[in-house]
Design a protein around this ligand. Structure first.
Ligand code: MRU
Length: 317
């Protein structure tokens, strides 16, 4: 498993990222020396995954403060780097009162701790011999260490509950085929990559027991934005009477956004799909709360109605 500091870290005069665009072929670093450069790394997906881009923004803000940059401008450029994951704005809100390197590193440490806690909660939902299906990459690379949905799989594997993982390749940028498969391989967990469009027939053939994904933003009512294709998996899971679990830290829950329809969906460059024809490239979709069997945060397992159970978790925390 990758150390959190290998995925991203703040040094005296720079933020260093493991370049996720080049994995698994090459382990190369990207160094950013200004908030604008960090925002660029987020936008171009050197670093990606909701909690990881929140941590990156916190590091970028601390770097800007240390350099004496205009913090209003630094916050704006970081906040605007990607629109869907609420962790970005959440981390910058956390940093505003204390833009120190220590505060940013504490956010990183806390996110990894949240992952470990929610992984333990999520593993209680899985029966021995589970064949899980996951989408995109919700591993340590996406969270700054350990992982959310992949963290749950690691925890289940350590407890002898997991038999196999089906990894959606996750078009168009292949976070599943490149990053999740790499992380599972490193952990020694049996897995096979499948084309996104193979999920239905795998479920129909009885080869999937549960679907586990991360989230980029969970609205107050439980509607959940995650990588494009997640919604179709939830529909398929319901049709095949399989549980569909969302595993995400409380920093991904947006109590200020009432419903999924209010979540801004990032539209990425169509050339990520094809440069020959006109194309549309929404990077995320929204899974309605009623298709989600449970949402797991570091506070525990939340079931519908989510408005109540997610709010209660925050109040009781
Ligand atoms: O576009 P990406 O790669 O940043 O999208 C990431 C996802 O959709 C993840 O599933 C999500 O951020 C949860 S990661 C713990």
């Amino acid at each position: 498993m990758l150390e959190p500091e290998r995925i991203l870290r703040l040094e005296d005069d720079r933020v260093v990222f493991l370049d996720q665009r080049r994995l698994p072929l090459e382990e190369a670093d990207v160094e950013c020396r200004t908030a604008v450069e960090v925002a660029d790394a987020i936008r171009t997906m050197v670093v990606r995954g909701a909690p990881a881009i929140g941590i990156a923004a916190a590091y970028g803000y601390a770097l800007a403060a240390a350099r004496g940059e205009d913090l209003v401008a630094a916050e704006r450029v970081l906040r605007d780097s990607r629109p869907t994951a609420v962790n970005l704005g959440w981390a910058l809100d956390e940093m505003r009162g204390d833009p120190s390197a220590e505060r940013a590193r504490a956010i990183h440490r806390d996110e990894v701790e949240r992952c470990r806690a929610m992984a333990a909660h999520a593993a209680t939902l899985l029966a021995p011999g589970t064949r899980a299906l996951t989408h995109c990459n919700a591993g340590g690379l996406a969270t700054g260490g350990y992982g959310s949905a992949v963290g749950a799989l690691l925890s289940a594997w350590e407890q002898g509950l997991l038999a196999h993982v089906w990894v959606d390749e996750t078009r168009p940028l292949l976070q599943g085929a490149r990053l999740t498969a790499w992380e599972l391989e490193t952990a020694g967990i049996p897995h096979e990559v499948i084309a996104d469009s193979a999920a239905a027939s795998m479920m129909g053939a009885g080869e999937v027991d549960a679907v586990l994904t991360g989230a980029d933003r969970i609205a107050a009512n439980g509607d959940t934005a995650n990588k494009i294709g997640t919604y179709s998996l939830a529909v398929l899971a319901r049709h095949h009477e399989l549980p569909f679990y969302v595993i995400a830290p409380s920093s991904t829950v947006d109590h200020a956004t009432a419903r999924g329809v209010d979540i801004p969906i990032e539209q990425r460059d169509p050339t990520e799909i094809t440069s020959r024809f006109a194309a549309r490239n929404p990077a995320f979709d929204v899974t309605p709360a009623n298709l989600i069997t449970a949402i797991v945060t570091e506070h525990g397992v939340h079931e519908a109605p989510y408005g109540e159970s997610l709010t209660r978790a925050v109040v009781e925390a």
